[in-house]
Design a protein around this ligand. Structure first.
Ligand SMILES: [Zn+2]
Length: 410
C-alpha cells in the first residue's frame, strides 16, 4: 500500500517538475549525465543568486519546504564534480547547501535558507565564449505567509516525497540468516564531513562493502545492502528494504561528528525512547535529520505504532538487539578503540523495525582528526570489519552449524 503512495507521490512530482522521463532510468544508465563542474552563491539579505556551471541544457524544477526552510532544485540526469568544499559555506540568504543523487536519473540540490524566500527566476543560460552553460536561481526574501502558501501548494503536488525505491528481489530465503547492512546517508545527504574533507557517506559505504565481503567469506550468512552506490534512501525506506529481504539482523553503519573534537572511538547504539545520555540524543537527532537534509518532508506520524502485538515483538527484538550490541563490543573492542561508553541508546528512526534486531554502529568521529585518518585507513578498516564479522557469526552462533566452539556462546 505504501509503495502505491510513493508511486503516486513520484508521479505527482514528475507531473509538476519537468524531470520526468530521465527519472525512471536505472542508476547505471546515467553514463551520459550532464556534468556540473562548479557552483557559486552570492548576494545579501534581500536577494541571493545561486549559479551552477553545467555542460549542457538541464531539465530542472524547484520547490520550497519549511521547518527548516529549504529551496530544492531537482535536476534530470546530472552528475557532480564540484570543488571539495562546495556547499559548506553559503552567502546571502543561503546558509549552506548540498548536492548529489536523489533517485535514479534524478539529482538534487538542497539550499538551506535563513528566512522565507521565493524563487523569483530560474533559468538556463547557454554557453557563451569560454563561459560554460549555467543554471541560475534568483531568490528574493518574502513574507512568512507567502512562503507557507508556496510550501502548501507544493505539498499538494507531492513535492518533498521520498525517492522511488528500486525493486528488491523479495525475501532472500534459504537456511542462512540474512544480514542487511545499511551504509548511512548517500547521494544528496553526505552525512558528517571531516575536517580533511572526508564524507561520511563514502567511508561507511567502503566499510560496508568490506564487511559484506568478510561476512560472505564465512559462508554463514546471506548479506544484502540497503544501498550499493552513492544513492539516497529515506530512513523509513532503509527499514523497508531490510524487511523486503526478510532480514534477521540490521546493521546501520555511520561515522558521526561531535561538537567536541577530542571525542573518539566506536560506539554501538540500540533503540530506546529515552536516550542513555545527552550526547547519544544529539547524535540520534543529527542522524534523524537525513530526510530533512535531502529535501524530504519528514513524516513522524508513520513511526508510531501502538498495537499490543507489535509491542511484544518489539520487546523480544530489543533483547536480541542488545545481545548483538554486546557481541559487537566484545569483538570490536579487541580490534579498535571504542568510545569510553560504547553501548548507548537513543531514538534513532532507522532502528525502528519492531521485528528485526537492529543496531547502529558509529565507527568513529569524523570531527576527530585521528579518527578521520583511521576511517580512511585500509588496515584499520580490515581489522574493524574482521571484528564485526566475528560479532555477526557469534550472534548467530547457535544457528550456524560450523562447529567452531567459540561461536556457540549462547
Ligand atoms: Zn550518520
Amino acid at each position: 500500500m505504501r509503495s502505491t503512495v510513493i508511486a503516486a507521490a513520484i508521479a505527482g512530482l514528475l507531473a509538476v517538475f519537468p524531470v520526468s522521463s530521465p527519472a525512471v532510468l536505472a542508476a547505471d544508465e546515467t553514463g551520459a549525465a550532464i556534468l556540473a563542474s562548479d557552483a557559486r552563491v552570492s548576494g545579501d539579505a534581500d536577494r541571493t543568486r545561486f549559479v551552477i556551471d553545467v555542460a549542457g541544457e538541464v531539465e530542472f524544477g524547484t520547490f520550497v519546504l519549511s521547518d527548516p526552510n529549504r529551496v530544492i532544485v531537482d535536476l534530470a540526469n546530472v552528475s557532480f564534480d564540484l570543488p571539495a568544499d562546495a556547499g559548506r559555506d553559503g552567502a546571502g540568504m543561503v546558509s549552506a547547501w548540498r548536492y548529489g543523487q536523489f533517485a535514479p536519473g534524478q539529482a538534487r540540490i538542497v539550499l538551506d535558507v535563513d528566512r522565507p524566500v521565493a524563487v523569483e527566476h530560474s533559468f538556463y543560460l547557454p554557453p557563451v565564449g569560454d563561459q560554460p552553460g549555467r543554471l541560475v536561481l534568483d531568490l528574493v526574501a518574502t513574507s512568512q505567509e507567502a512562503f507557507e502558501a508556496a510550501v502548501k501548494a507544493n505539498l499538494g503536488k507531492r513535492a518533498g516525497a521520498e525517492p522511488e525505491l528500486a525493486k528488491t528481489a523479495g525475501p532472500v530465503g534459504g537456511d542462512r540468516p540474512v544480514v542487511v547492512l545499511d551504509p548511512g546517508h548517500g547521494g544528496v545527504d553526505p552525512g558528517a564531513v571531516g575536517k580533511g574533507g572526508v564524507f561520511e557517506k563514502d567511508v561507511v559505504l567502503a566499510f560496508a562493502n568490506e564487511l559484506k565481503a568478510d561476512l560472505e567469506k564465512t559462508g554463514a550468512v546471506e548479506v544484502r545492502m540497503t544501498r550499493e552506490g552513492d544513492t539516497f534512501l529515506s530512513l523509513r525506506q532503509r527499514v523497508e528494504v531490510a524487511r523486503g529481504y526478510g532480514a534477521d539482523l540490521f546493521v546501520s553503519i555511520h561515522a558521526d561528528s561531535a561538537p567536541q573534537n577530542y571525542v573518539r572511538g566506536a560506539t554501538v547504539y540500540t533503540l530506546s525512547e529515552r536516550a542513555s545520555d545527552a550526547q547519544a540524543a544529539a547524535i540520534a537527532a543529527r542522524e534523524n535529520r537525513s530526510d530533512v537534509l535531502a529535501g524530504i518532508e519528514a513524516d513522524e506520524a508513520t513511526d508510531e505504532v501502538t498495537d499490543i502485538l507489535v509491542d511484544l515483538a518489539r520487546r523480544e527484538t530489543k533483547v536480541f538487539s542488545h545481545h548483538f550490541a554486546e557481541d559487537v563490543i566484545q569483538e570490536l573492542g579487541t580490534a579498535v578503540k571504542l568510545h569510553k561508553n560504547p553501548h548507548r541508546s537513543a531514538r534513532f528512526r532507522v532502528l525502528k523495525a519492531h521485528d528485526i534486531p537492529s543496531v547502529l554502529i558509529e565507527l568513529g568521529y569524523l570531527s576527530n582528526a585521528h579518527d578521520e585518518q583511521l576511517l580512511t585507513d585500509e588496515e584499520w578498516r580490515d581489522r574493524a570489519s574482521d571484528a564485526l564479522s566475528g560479532a555477526v557469526t557469534r550472534f548467530f552462533g547457535p544457528r550456524i552449524a560450523q562447529g567452531k566452539s567459540e561461536q556457540v556462546t549462547r
